[in-house]
Design a protein around this ligand. Structure first.
Ligand SMILES: [Fe+2]
Length: 192
């Protein structure tokens, strides 16, 4: 699950990891209200992240590095599983006995997804695209991550939105105006 090849996006991945660890440390003793706030943050970050990947990164990679098509398809399916868990957690009361188990499985799924991408095909993507193209993609992803540039949580996770996404993501990414990232071009490619 890439967050993009630029530093601000990398910041989001670090935030997700921090939130995961916070849940693991506190879930047995936390008040339900505090747990709700923490898990809502996790759901928000994962939703924004998945939307950006599926609308910008995956379509571009699939078009420009065709050998990765199989990996991209698997990643989209992994997102689908994560999105389903997120949709259930959004309305599940933290006091329910299944809540913590569901969050734990969500974390396990995301970490498996990240590890598979990082180990199995992102190195190939970095090599094939090169620094300049990666920087462009990173700028697009950063622009899309700004508030109100991704769909509302409920919209993103509805079955209808998922169906629309499945139809849309396979097309090449639309060309977008280049947006300069604060801090300039990426100096390193780092995915979640
Ligand atoms: Fe991903």
């Amino acid at each position: 699950m890439p967050d993009g090849p630029n530093r601000p996006a990398e910041g989001r991945s670090q935030k997700v990891k921090r939130l995961f660890r916070e849940f693991e440390k506190t879930h047995k003793t936390a008040m339900d209200a505090d747990k709700r706030v923490l898990v809502d943050q996790i759901l928000h970050e994962l939703t924004a992240h998945a939307f950006i990947e599926e609308t910008i990164f995956y379509p571009s990679v699939r078009a420009e590095v065709p050998d990765t098509a199989e990996h991209v398809l698997e990643s989209v399916e992994e997102h689908h599983v994560v999105a389903w868990l997120c949709s259930e957690l959004k309305t599940l009361d933290p006091g329910e006995e299944t809540f913590d188990a569901k969050v734990t499985v969500l974390i396990e799924n995301v970490e498996h997804h990240v590890e598979a991408e990082e180990n199995e095909w992102f190195p190939q993507v970095r090599k094939a695209l090169g620094r300049k193209r990666l920087t462009e993609l990173g700028e697009q992803m950063q622009a899309a991550s700004r508030p109100r540039q991704h769909p509302a949580f409920s919209e993103r996770l509805s079955p209808t939105a998922a169906a629309v996404k499945a139809e849309t993501w396979a097309r090449p990414a639309p060309s977008r105006p280049a947006v300069r990232a604060p801090g300039g071009a990426a100096s390193a490619v780092r995915f979640v």
